[in-house]
Design a protein around this ligand. Structure first.
Ligand code: ADP
Ligand code: MG
Length: 696
């Protein structure tokens, strides 16, 4: 099955080249996994009278009653009529007219197949497949005909959907069941009533009927999900077995003193639970790799702090990396306040830390004098060395790439324990596939006394009322965010909108009665920092910004979040932005301002936002609306992209596959039992296959 695709009759060197370049088809196996987009049921003939605008494709047989060329130059087209006794359908060609006309003869019967359109309430087909019916009936077929995805370049070499279908038929003429041996253990085949591997591939391409196709797809999807889960879980097991973690045995004076006397508030039970889970990991002797999920405002920072104190109690250093300078500064400011009575040395390292200060911090990290280093990407630079780094905390993980995370882990002889925090809730299905090798903890409870943020959607015309409302809130001493979309960091238009918005806000809220901060990505760090600080300290009442304030910023006195052009934001971004308010005791509001023209998707997003505040619900919806490939932070991982399975639509199957994989790994981690040997062999071959010939 690993034979190069040229070994197949009908694949020339040129076609082989194109198949590789255009469709990534290198081998027989790859061709086999080039699945049809859909099938055409040519055994079914539709009646013209029963077609409706909701019909997609149709197949009609009927008599050609007339045809003519109408229009001139660019609007020139060939129009024909087909009469099947129940009604009349129009056929239209815009191209190749002289060629098509040659194949038309009035009064004869034709079978046409194509995508249905409607024109003046009449059914119409443009560029249909056309076949003369010689003896009064359409050719009988005993299977559904596959339609394959292809490209323009392949089409030009005769490999349109039909051409690929012909190759596939040739391939199946060569294949016997032994070429596609079973890889799943018998117990699983039995439990889920799956058809054999060979049958599945055969039927997915050339099913006898719809149920046969569904059976085949089910089997192949299950295989796909099961193998990926098995691979992920084996990786995890391997990591747990081989990685030596530093053991934090002592729950010492720092942790205890802070826990008993220094806590500024009572921990929520969710926070306590997570701290317990982390403590267990840290003491286990294995390296911790834990993903901590908690909705915005759920108090992840405190969990991180307590974990870092545990490290310090055991003589280890910690580092905490945040995605923006604003956020790093804020973490530093709040931790230093919490820790002011404890003998813990804290340092802040960002792109703006320069000169002597920077040198001192670097020296302090290297000597071990700095216990906790907080910072931005600056902390992963090569110049930053530690004496004994024991714990790396990554805040807002979705803002960092895998590579950046990995660099932190190399900062010690042994990789440090890792705590990865995210406020972008990851739906369970994604967590299983994209982050399956991490353990995870969830803070599923907000600190007490939080009131839900009232969220409304308003159209552009209501702007004056919105501004009046803001005035009222400011009168009460509250603060307000007004956020503008920034689709592309470099887009001039976006900045122009932001500036226009800023001027407009200024005209509603003139100085010196009101003061406004503005923060955006084009400012230098000092400007950003100054504007941010003025807002945090309450010197300005309004913060006009782009989404740079999306993550982590904490100003409890801010009660209104106005999101301009809200239709342009994705769900998770809207949720993050809304999370900036509702952090204090006062009632907070989120106002989604939009234009009047809204797409269906945008309407759905706005409805979800006004209806729920549950980050997990929003994340699931986001996944449904956008599809797994688009989820932030998972694009690079590739783990979520399957050929057939869709982790949203097939989530029940994913769960089942995951559980089955877990059971097998638990009982037979090495896959040495007889039932599991085919699986082991298959996985080994799998790896070879992907490495094979592709390192071009
Ligand atoms: P996030 O999980 O979004 O990072 P933070 O750690 O920034 O949330 O916490 C949000 C706010 O809630 C902060 O002002 C923090 O001091 C406060 N907070 C955290 N935990 C508690 C708690 N158990 N009780 C009361 N307030 C808390
Ligand atoms: Mg946070």
């Amino acid at each position: 099955m690993a034979s190069p695709i040229e070994y197949l009759h009908g694949v020339s060197a040129i076609r082989g080249d194109l198949l590789r370049k255009e469709l990534n088809i290198f081998s027989f196996n790859d061709l086999l996994e080039h699945f049809p987009l859909r099938h055409i049921d040519k055994t079914r003939i539709d009646k013209i009278s029963s077609l409706s605008p909701s019909s997609d494709y149709a197949q009609i047989t009927g008599r050609l009653t007339r045809y003519e060329i109408v229009g001139e130059k660019r609007s020139k087209r060939l129009v024909a009529q087909l009469d099947d006794g129940t009604g009349i359908m129009e056929l239209v060609w815009f191209q190749g007219i002289s060629w098509v006309i040659k194949s038309l003869s009035l009064g004869n019967n034709y079978r046409v197949f194509g995508k249905l359109g409607w024109f003046l309430h009449k059914p119409q087909m443009a560029h249909p497949e056309l076949e003369l019916i010689q003896h009064g009936t359409a050719k009988p077929q005993n299977f559904l005909e596959p339609v394959y995805p292809t490209t323009e370049k392949l089409r030009s070499k005769g490999l349109d959907g039909k051409g690929i279908s012909a190759l596939m038929k040739k391939l199946f003429e060569k294949l016997v069941p032994d070429n596609l041996p079973e890889c799943l253990p018998p117990s699983i085949i039995e439990k889920y009533k799956l058809i054999s591997r060979f049958a599945a591939f055969n039927q997915v391409h050339f099913p006898a009927n719809e149920p046969a196709y569904r059976q085949a797809v089910r089997r192949l999807k299950f295989e796909e999900l099961f193998l990926s889960q098995l691979t992920i879980q084996r990786l995890k097991l391997n990591r747990i077995r081989t990685s030596k973690g530093m053991v934090f045995v002592n729950v010492g004076p720092l942790f205890n003193r802070f826990y008993n006397q220094g806590l500024p508030f009572e921990l929520t039970s969710a926070q306590k639970k997570v701290i317990k889970e982390i403590r267990k990991d840290l003491g286990s002797g294995k390296q911790m790799n834990r993903l901590l999920q908690g909705d915005v405002g759920s108090g992840k920072t405190m969990v991180a702090l307590l974990s870092m104190l545990l490290a310090a109690d055991n003589g280890y250093q910690s580092v905490m990396m945040a995605p923006t300078e604003v956020l790093a500064n804020q973490h530093y400011a709040s931790l230093i306040k919490y820790l002011d009575t404890l003998p813990v040395k804290l340092a802040l390292l960002t792109g703006s830390t320069k000169g002597k200060e920077r040198k001192e911090i670097l020296t302090g990290c290297e000597s071990g004098e700095v216990n906790i280093l907080i910072g931005t990407h600056a902390v992963i630079e090569d110049k930053v060395n530690f004496n004994n780094l024991g714990l790396a905390v990554i805040d807002e993980q979705h803002k960092f790439g895998v590579a950046q995370r990995a660099r932190l882990w190399k900062k010690n002889k042994f990789p440090p324990h890792n705590l990865v925090m995210t406020a972008t809730p990851i739906p369970r299905t994604l967590a299983l596939t994209a982050f399956g090798d991490l353990d995870y903890s969830i803070i599923d409870e907000l600190p007490p006394g939080r009131r839900p943020v009232q969220t409304v959607h308003r159209f552009e015309q209501s702007r004056p009322q919105v501004m009046d409302f803001i005035k009222e809130e400011i009168k009460k001493g509250r603060q307000v965010y007004i956020v503008y979309p920034l689709i592309e960091e470099s887009s001039k238009l976006d900045y122009e909108n932001l500036m226009k918005g800023y001027e407009e806000v200024k005209s509603f809220f003139p100085e010196p009665k009101y003061w406004i901060s503005m923060v955006h990505g084009k400012q230098d760090a000092l400007q950003k920092e100054t504007n941010m600080r003025r807002f945090i300290e309450g010197d300005t009442q309004i913060m006009v910004s782009t989404t740079v304030i999306e993550v982590g910023v904490n100003v409890p006195n801010a009660t209104v979040m106005v999101i301009e052009s809200a239709e342009k934001f994705g769900l998770s971004q809207l949720h993050q932005l809304r999370g900036r308010v509702g952090r204090g005791a006062d009632q907070s509001y989120c106002i989604l301002l939009t234009g009047n023209k809204l797409s269906k998707d945008a309407k759905q997003r706005l409805a979800i936002m006004t209806n729920t505040q549950d980050g997990f619900v929003i994340a699931e919806k986001d996944l449904e609306l956008r599809g797994p490939g688009e989820m932030e932070g998972t694009r690079q991982s590739g783990a979520v992209l399957f050929k057939l399975a869709n982790i949203v639509a097939d989530r029940a199957m994913l769960e089942a596959a995951s559980q089955s994989a877990e059971k097998i790994i638990q009982n037979d981690p090495g896959l040495i039992q007889e039932d599991n040997l085919p699986l082991k062999n298959f996985l080994a071959g799998f790896r070879e296959k992907t490495a094979w010939g592709r390192i071009a």
